[in-house]
Write a protein that binds this ligand. Sequence first.
Ligand code: AGP
Length: 608
Amino acid sequence: MCGIYGCISTDAADKVLEGLRKLEYRGYDSAGLAAIFPEQNGPIETERTIGYVADLVSKANGRFTGSCISIGHTRWATHGGVTDQNAHPHSSDDGNITLVHNGIIENALHLSERLSKLGYKLSSETDTEVIVHLMDNEIKTQSDELTYLDAFSNVISQLRGSWAIAAIISGMDGILVSRNGAPLVIGRGVDNISVSSDVQPFYGACSEVAYLNDGDIFYISGSGISSQEGSMIPGFETLEGVYDEEDPGNFEHMMLKEIFDQPTSLSNVLSGRITADGRKARLGGFSLTPEEIRSLDRINLVACGTAYYAAEIISAYIRKFSNVRSEAFIASEFPARSVCSTNTLTIGISQSGETKDTLDALFDAKKNGSNISAICNVIGSTMSRLTANGAYLHAGPEFAVASTKVFSNMVATGLLFALTISEISDAEQQEIVQSLRELPNLISKQLIDDDGSIDTAAKMIHDSEPPIFIGRGGMSSYLAKEGALKMMEISYIPCLALPGGELKHGPIALLSDGSPVIAIVPSDGKMSLMESSIRECKSRGARIILITDSEGPITELADVLIQTNKTHPDLSPLVNIIPVQLLAYNVGVLRGVNVDRPRNLAKSVTVV
Ligand code: AGP
């Protein structure tokens, strides 16, 4: 979702374009750029366009070479359609002030009414444009001893909602920045000081990073960060991690590469989290000790989308292995007041660590007395800094919009957490941990052994009626929901997912001759019940795509059999997710969808 990159350096705009390119994975529909040149006074040069950063580069046509300060933006439309006029930057009428913004200004309507009384006319449908006219008015009306930073602060104090803003003014030698509820970080390298929505573009350009906090308002220039008196300036720290180029290598798409990354990312998530004798899980990083966690009233998990389905599986693990009550909540529906108290723990589960709905749920949890922690992928993200405790996923950067390897690492990390606080016997724990250690190899084998069944299933689905995913017994029905989400995201086919037992209570009415039903059936205690559900579907003409590790009679019910490798029943979601992801990928490709950047979706959802 929207990306900001700004830079003070020689050839600043070229660096901004490169930064924007590295933010592309966040998802966007238009892009724009503004720059100041040495000794410049007068209107700031800008360019903006719908489409990609590559389109912006063509449109800019080398005009920005030699600039010394630049800001750029990738926009994911919220207020106003996808048009050149709505793309950022937005400029004052005289062109001397220009800015880019992520987030939503909730009182934009009220502010625009005030601006219109002052004679300002808005030329876009965005909520952002009010900020630049407020700046213009403030600068023109403030007393002489006040600075641009003072004007900026006064404008910020009038805004309600969420924002990350970078603004430049003709004649100024730096960039004004502010954040509130939308991410913004400052990077410093030998030849530049830069600002970005996340640290990805800093790798290779900056060695240090400073994280802004909500409410921060700063001026950044070649000499560092400055603020109004009384504000705390964040210190620079070493930039951790390594940049992984968004390069699919030999794979056709990033999504496919990330599916195939899973043996490695799963090895990484286990590394250092199993005792030296290989018998027990030991997930560190949480402020509360395992003993303290065991004595809590409940553990709430808050997350969105794929992370929520992982959270459902994790809460099932916690319930199974300990006596602590645990429940997963869709973050935007989190009933904090009813489920939080000082004797609870609320864990945010997130890839990006920037998902606004999840962050808001954590804030609410904290406000209602709960301890908070995070399980997330991005080091230094808002969520990891807000909670300051928890566990990283170590999945490496995930670029494709559809989350794949991160889902598996969430489930694996959650399993390690549940085992760490568990009250099961040593022998039982050892058996699961042993299977976990074997998992990367097992999945590797699963990925390599392609018998063509996924391809056959994809051909069956890609132009058929909407498929129904079914599972049973908690984990498989949660996985069915993730299967349906993945399929919808990258194929645009409406899908349904439900526990097998629920079919007969209504949704079975959807089935007719040839309807595809994807049944996820690990060899566990629920297999015979799933067999009944499958038979109910078959008798209504449905075609069954069966994902199972069983070689028994149930396989005879399959129209397409996708055979998985056997593992410990508790690990079945981690094995069954592989064909589920590959099936969605294959259907998406067959339908000609840009699977890495499906329409309307953003990688990091920073608005509510
Ligand atoms: C996953 O394929 C989705 N693109 C989406 O549901 C995602 O999982 C959700 O928006 C949560 O994101 P997060 O993990 O970064 O918090």
